[in-house]
Design a protein around this ligand. Structure first.
Ligand code: ADP
Ligand code: MG
Length: 276
């Protein structure tokens, strides 16, 4: 017999995307947020105070040195942690872990014995997409991340870059308005990393999904971001908040990187990261 807990979580799964954003609300609204880990003498203030508003459709990149609180901020936005003080809203409501946002971590965290398609299908099932629709959406999502030809391979039969593509497809599967990415390309070789950056930029332009992307690479920040926020050393605060203003579509990656504005932004953001 199913316990009430199991039954109610099954309902939650069936309802999937039932957490609806309030109309006109910012995709992410972080107000006066501080986060402290632990208590008493061992307490570590990891973050803040930080205030940030992310309008719908932006691609925000958070940059900062290791340990400055980037992952903490992302976990607060995902609802995995509650802020010690201040408030976090996504789409106008308090974030619920595993609901309102698709998340990509540094490691892909896939089911290795399942196929590429099977992993994406599971994500769709989790958010309550019925079987006939899953059959249609799995190939669509794999196409979007350039994996349509490896749908039937097992996870252990594909490269690290491809695995991270599966993780991105899975994060897109929930149809959440928000995508949170925590150094998703940090473990990849330089060439693979560049390819994935290029494809993610394209996916973001195509889907218009609001994204918050964490990195410590200045180049990655300028290439991907429509806006870049530099955090100070721990406790992380906003040191620089800059609109990138480079075209989001129509340019080849090399053309984009060759723009004089690209170099200027790189220098400015690089300077802020070092000064922070
Ligand atoms: P970043 O992602 O920028 O490297 P984190 O957000 O992971 O930084 O961590 C910020 C600070 O908080 C670091 O000093 C880290 O050691 C500390 N920290 C992170 N998670 C915990 C935790 N669960 N318990 C105690 N301290 C933590
Ligand atoms: Mg981190």
């Amino acid at each position: 017999m199913r316990s009430p807990d199991v039954a109610s979580s099954a309902i939650q799964v069936a309802e999937g995307s039932a957490i609806r954003a309030e109309e006109g609300a910012a995709a992410v609204d972080v107000r006066g947020v501080e986060h402290v880990y632990g208590r008493g003498a061992g307490a570590v203030t990891a973050l803040g105070p930080v205030s940030l508003t992310v309008p719908e459709g932006s691609f925000l990149v958070l940059v900062g040195a290791s340990g400055c609180g980037k992952s903490t901020l992302l976990r607060l936005i995902a609802g995995f942690e509650r802020p010690t003080s201040g408030s976090v809203r996504t789409g106008g409501v308090e974030p619920v872990p595993g609901k309102g946002a698709g998340i990509v971590f540094q490691e892909p965290r896939l089911f290795p014995w399942k196929t590429v398609g099977g992993n994406v299908e599971l994500a769709l099932r989790y958010v309550g997409v019925p079987r006939h629709e899953r059959l249609r959406r799995v190939p669509e999502l794999l196409e979007r991340v350039g994996l349509h030809d490896v749908a039937d391979r097992r996870i252990w039969q594909i490269s690290g870059g491809q695995q991270q593509r599966v993780a991105i497809a899975r994060a897109l599967a929930g149809d959440n308005p928000l995508l949170l990415l925590d150094e998703p390309f940090a473990a990849l070789d330089a060439l693979t990393r560049e390819r994935l950056q290029e494809d993610l930029r394209q996916v973001s332009a195509e889907t218009g999904r609001t994204s918050v992307f964490v990195t410590h690479s200045v180049d990655e920040a300028v290439f991907l971001g429509s806006r870049v926020v530099v955090l100070t050393q721990r406790p992380g605060r906003v040191a620089l908040d800059i609109d990138v203003g480079l075209p989001r579509t129509g340019l080849e990656p090399d053309e984009l990187r060759a723009l004089p504005e690209y170099a200027t932004l790189r220098a400015e953001i690089g300077h802020a990261v070092r000064a922070a």
